[in-house]
Design a protein around this ligand. Structure first.
Ligand code: C2E
Ligand code: MG
Ligand code: MG
Ligand code: MG
Length: 285
């Protein structure tokens, strides 16, 4: 790791020298390669959605599913953790995000019409997407196009969106909620100033991040904080979802803490549209 790649860049007649270590350089090459392949993927619509079930903690009833995007690249399935950050950097997240919204809402309509599905569809939205002036109008247009009930659509945002323009985002959240669309704060506990934002944010749902769930059965301070967050937001009328629940012990702790809903490998991994359809039909038998 002592090796360093050095680039000399001529700028304003001066020599500016940029230092990269090998790891940064290979990350940079990866990003370039992903960026080039992504633009072809967008043209070909080489994406797919998987859906992870969420269950009501008390009744074990299906509350809904979260749509999670994947990229089909030459026979391999690429994780969003790899390509979403690149697409956020080059702006292609807007096109990918539009595709995701259309696919998720049309799938919701299909399940409602064909399977009498009574759950919701949660959709992850990037900061760049929601910052666009026409975001809410475009979302509403898709919901209208497929004749779904806006109350069955939940938009997941993250704390990072709140840093730059809290007022602007709050006004968009209010517009969405006026239509009946649900708004959820994802990955709660991973950002900063969480409590300050909670005070002002008109959200329906809070998703407690896996990093908290990981510790609730083994670490008493994590358990105390999680329990307090659940009790506190319940008083604000906010529904809670625990993310990344992997063990029966975690489930039992969350049940005692009155966490409303559970999502995680313990109850179901992200799965195909057909597998969710089977699950919906089983529940109704
Ligand atoms: P997220 O929204 O917090 O989604 C939860 C992630 O945790 C998913 O990873 C899910 O597969 C994973 N997960 C759920 N339960 C468990 C568990 O019990 N154990 C473990 N180890 N993992 C669990 P995934 O699908 O790889 O997505 C990663 C992130 O990528 C998402 O985190 C979200 O931030 C982003 N993402 C996914 N789909 C989209 C999308 O359509 N648009 C945007 N903008 N971002 C997306
Ligand atoms: Mg999410
Ligand atoms: Mg999350
Ligand atoms: Mg996440």
């Amino acid at each position: 790791n002592a090796e360093i790649a050095v680039f000399e860049v001529k700028k304003n007649g001066k020599n500016n020298i940029c230092y990269f270590n090998n790891e940064m350089y290979s990350d940079f090459l990866d990003a370039l390669r992903i960026e080039r392949q992504l633009s072809a993927a967008i043209d070909n619509e080489d994406f797919l959605l998987l859906y992870q079930p969420q269950y009501d903690t008390r009744t074990n009833k299906l509350r809904g599913v979260e749509a999670l995007v994947r990229w089909k690249n030459n026979g391999t399935i690429v994780s969003p953790n790899i390509f979403i950050p690149v697409s956020e950097n080059n702006g292609s997240i807007i096109l990918i995000g539009d595709w995701v919204i259309n696919k998720a809402v049309s799938t919701l309509a299909k399940w409602k019409n064909e399977l009498d599905y009574d759950g919701i569809m949660s959709i992850n939205i990037s900061t760049l997407q929601i910052k666009k002036e026409d975001f809410v109008r475009k979302l509403k247009a898709v919901i209208d196009k497929y004749y779904v009930n806006p109350e069955d659509v939940e938009i997941e945002i993250t704390e990072s969106v709140l840093i730059e323009d809290l007022e602007g985002i709050i006004s968009k959240i209010n517009t969405m909620r006026a239509y009946g669309i649900k708004v959820s704060l994802d990955d709660f506990g991973t950002g900063f100033s969480s409590l300050a934002y909670l005070k002002d944010l008109p959200i329906d749902t809070l998703k407690i991040d896996k990093s908290f769930i990981d510790g609730i059965a083994s670490d008493s301070s994590t358990a105390i904080i999680t329990q307090s967050v659940i009790a506190m937001v319940k008083q604000l009328g906010v529904i809670t979802v625990a993310e990344g629940v992997e063990s029966k012990e975690q489930f039992e702790h969350l049940k005692k803490m009155n966490c409303d809903n559970i999502q995680g490998y313990l109850l179901g991994k992200p799965m195909s549209e057909d597998d969710i359809a089977k699950l919906i039909m089983q529940k109704q038998e």
